[in-house]
Design a protein around this ligand. Structure first.
Ligand SMILES: [Zn+2]
Length: 267
């Protein structure tokens, strides 16, 4: 059997955990059919590095953006620099941006809303989709997902998909609402964890033509690699879990999720 053709749509290969192992990690990924990787920025510095990687490697693409944890850093200067980076031809999305109220000491609601709004504008101006991080913030996320979709559609009436809710661990209702607003849903290895039956029910409900798969590495390894560093090669386990949940062959999941990523990110 030939290897499937998969894309890890959300990786952080610029993190310290991959120092000295970057080339080898990409090689191990290709060996199991993970032929392309989108490296996602979390700060301005990391966004810059993401763009450097994407320009150095044919199989790596970049997203640029500031994570909601660092929403307080998003000022005019940072936004101007993100705009400059977003114009690079290897940049395929603005992200990861969004809302996170998991930690009490994180940036407040206003700071997160301002950061999202400013980066939403960067995406609209560059004609790029957004990669959205949402944790303990479903209602607020939906409000701003709608606002972003409206702005992107006003700018380009042809566009029907506006981004992706990444590392999805939310409710079925949240998934359904995000789909209705024109967003895709990207799943990570937590769908392989035994305790996550509710999340597998969400996978069941989201149509294959709206699903992508990702590692969010170095975080969140699949169940059989728990305690280890995650890496792009392991996205196969998440694709296999989607296949098992939906009762279809892995190849069908690979074809669909890869086509979805190619379409959304214009690869
Ligand atoms: Zn991430």
């Amino acid at each position: 059997m030939s290897a499937p053709d998969l894309i890890d749509t959300h990786a952080h290969l610029d993190f310290e955990q991959f120092e000295g192992d970057f080339d080898a990690a990409l090689r191990r990924a290709r060996e199991v059919g993970v032929n392309r990787v989108i490296n996602v920025g979390t700060t301005l510095d990391r966004s810059r590095r993401s763009v450097e990687f994407a320009n150095a490697y044919d199989t790596v693409y970049a997203a640029v953006g500031v994570h909601p944890h660092d929403a307080d850093d998003v000022n005019d200067e940072v936004v101007a620099e993100l705009k400059r980076l977003a114009a690079d031809k290897r940049v395929v999305a603005v992200g990861e941006i969004g809302f996170d109220f998991h930690y009490d000491d994180g940036p407040d609601k206003t700071a997160q809303e301002d950061a999202f709004f400013a980066q939403s504008e960067v995406a609209v101006e560059a004609g790029l989709p957004v990669i959205v991080h949402s944790r303990d913030a479903e209602e607020l996320s939906l409000e701003h997902l709608k606002e972003h979709a409206d702005a992107a559609a006003a700018d380009n009436p042809v566009r029907q998909e506006f981004g992706v809710v990444h590392c999805f661990t939310g409710s079925a209702g949240f998934a359904e609402a995000a789909l209705g607003l024109g967003y895709l849903i990207s799943f990570t290895a937590p769908i392989t964890y035994p305790g996550n039956e509710a999340l597998r029910d969400v996978v069941k409900k989201v149509p294959l033509e709206k699903i992508m798969v990702e590692t969010d590495c170095p975080f969140l390894p699949p169940v059989d690699k728990r305690g280890k560093r995650n890496e792009p090669a392991f996205v196969v386990a998440t694709a296999q879990a989607v296949a098992d949940i939906k009762g279809v062959p892995l190849d069908e999941v690979a074809q669909a999720t890869t086509a979805n990523a190619v379409r959304l990110f214009g690869l």
